[in-house]
Design a binder for this molecule. Structure first.
Ligand code: TNX
Length: 509
């Protein structure tokens, strides 16, 4: 693992006047294949047009998105055109790059991105974006020159599921902060955005049939602040925004534990029929719905029905973690019922991996958050068809401190420097689980200590790109010494984007 070739980033600049363009492989996640051809680079000039297919509104929208990224800093008009053309920027549909892959050919005259789907074009656009000078990220005019190295990138993801989670329950994060994070994730080809919407400290999604959940249950957060919640319109706006970045929202309502905010809002959810006080601390594992009560059954049915109706994506995440206040047989009975309800509303179950201690429904996905990969129930479920999304706490948790001096975050899974986020293999992490059971990876951002976009940025960067690369790039491209150099090249881009990141000593910034 010390000797690896990685994406073959070569930073030697040819002698001459103009600054050398970024090497074609200097992209995160590392593309599946990069072939540099050399020669004078492509230069984006003020008469460049963006060619888009005439018959695909989705592909046109990707063209508009690209133009929107490039116009402020270049000052160019960058009109879209459906006229056939071989010069400038060409987005074209076709080829065999799969559901999310693309091929990018850069010549002296053109950057051609070709993909079978608009999603593939979108990911290709992110590659192009990273190859342009970092000043392209500015929102006001920059002098250029806007060069792209010549050659061919052929790319497609290793895993179908490349997720990031944001906990809006412990600290509420408003729509603008969520959209900002979604934009940051898009740069690294993340395609699932998991929203942890409810927990002991807050209920953050309006449920029409249960108005107290947000009115009361959403009125505070960790530390006692005023909390907040998403109206249905807010949530739908997030879903649409994520979709415009080719990300599917996975909503999570955590049950039967992590539920104090609901227990405080509706007395009937408690076994003693008495509403709990609101909770603003950071303990876990102390709350439980009163499993078996009729009021609880109608509650979960109403909540899951309303959330399913607002969610176009295939997955509903029902939590199921740390239900220490729920008896074992009650837990199994509860998860059976909750999973059946998810199925009734046409969705596929996701749950934390404790779900494998009950009976996962057919097609269910278990999200692993342990640290050792040796839980027999997880491997056994995987062998029987349960698919796995891997978020090992000691590698993938973005709320772990980098080191003892990190003021934000927690340390229950150990300090997590960027190399630790990067150096693990999702295919072999769970002992005894077939590699084919692994649907992908996800980087969770728990928010007990995370109360602002700056805090999100600092904990996500530079670790989020490491997780994104594990999710996208072929295992054969896994190479720390190469990754750290590509990561270093991202630092200036983050600075320009206003992202305050952790300047890890492991990275040659
Ligand atoms: C464990 S991971 C939790 C969360 C905490 C997190 C803090 C999981 C399913 N449960 O409730 O927020 O640790 O790192």
């Amino acid at each position: 693992l010390l000797l690896c070739l990685g994406a073959g980033v070569n930073t030697t600049a040819p002698a001459g006047a103009a600054p050398a363009p970024s090497p074609l492989g200097q992209v995160i996640p590392a593309p599946a294949s990069v072939r540099s051809t050399g020669g004078a680079p492509f230069v984006l000039e003020d008469d460049v047009r963006i060619h888009v297919p005439a018959r695909s509104p989705a592909a046109k929208a990707v063209g508009e998105y690209l133009a929107g990224l490039l116009r402020p800093s270049t000052g160019y008009g960058l009109p879209l055109t459906t006229a056939a053309g071989r010069d400038g920027i060409v987005l074209s549909l076709g080829g065999d790059s799969g559901r999310e892959g693309y091929r990018m050919d850069v010549t002296g005259r053109a950057v051609v991105i070709r993909a079978a789907t608009a999603a593939g074009l979108f990911h290709g656009v992110q590659t192009l974006r990273q190859l342009l000078p970092v000043s392209v990220e500015r929102t006001y005019w920059q002098p250029g020159p806007w060069t792209v190295a010549r050659g061919t990138v052929t790319d497609r993801p290793r895993y179908a599921y490349r997720g990031a989670m944001l906990d809006v329950a412990r600290h509420f994060h408003p729509v603008g902060a969520v959209e900002r994070y979604i934009d940051e994730l898009a740069l690294y080809k993340i395609n699932y955005f998991h929203l942890h919407l409810t927990d002991d400290q807050g209920w953050r999604i309006a449920i029409k049939s249960r108005p107290q959940l947000t009115r009361h249950g959403g009125s505070t957060q960790v530390g006692g602040g005023s909390g907040g919640y998403f109206t249905k319109a807010d949530y739908q706006r997030i879903v649409r925004y994520a979709a415009s970045r080719y990300m599917t929202v996975v909503p999570e309502v955590d049950m039967p534990g992590h539920i104090n905010a609901a227990l405080a809002s509706y007395a009937a959810l408690n076994c003693n029929g008495v509403a709990r006080p609101l909770y603003t601390g950071t303990a876990v594992g102390f709350s439980s719905l009163c499993v078996g009560r009729k009021a609880v059954n109608t509650f979960i049915n109403d909540v899951l029905r309303e959330i399913a109706a607002l969610t176009p994506g295939p997955y509903l995440h029902i939590g199921g973690d740390e239900a220490r206040a729920t008896k074992r047989h009650s837990y199994a009975a509860f998860m059976r019922r909750a999973q059946a309800i998810v199925g009734k509303y046409g969705k596929t179950v996701m749950g934390w991996h404790q779900l494998t201690g009950a009976t996962p429904a057919r097609g269910a996905i278990a999200q692993y958050w342990g640290t050792r990969g040796d839980e027999p129930s997880v491997a056994a479920a995987a062998r029987k068809g349960t698919r796995l999304v891997l978020s090992p706490g000691n590698h993938a948790y973005l709320d772990m401190k980098y080191n003892a001096r990190t003021s934000l975050g927690r340390a229950w899974a150990g300090y997590t420097e960027v190399r630790k986020s990067y150096d693990w293999n999702p295919a072999t992490f769970i002992h005894g689980a077939p590699a084919s059971a692994v649907l992908g990876v996800e980087a969770p951002m728990w928010s007990e200590t995370i109360g602002s976009s700056d805090a999100i940025d600092y904990m996500a960067f530079p670790r989020l790109p490491a997780l994104a690369e594990l999710g996208w790039s072929p295992a054969s491209k896994h190479c720390w010494s190469d990754f750290r150099r590509r990561l270093a090249a991202q630092g200036d881009r983050w600075s320009v984007m206003g992202i305050t990141y952790y300047r890890s000593p492991q990275v040659p910034w």
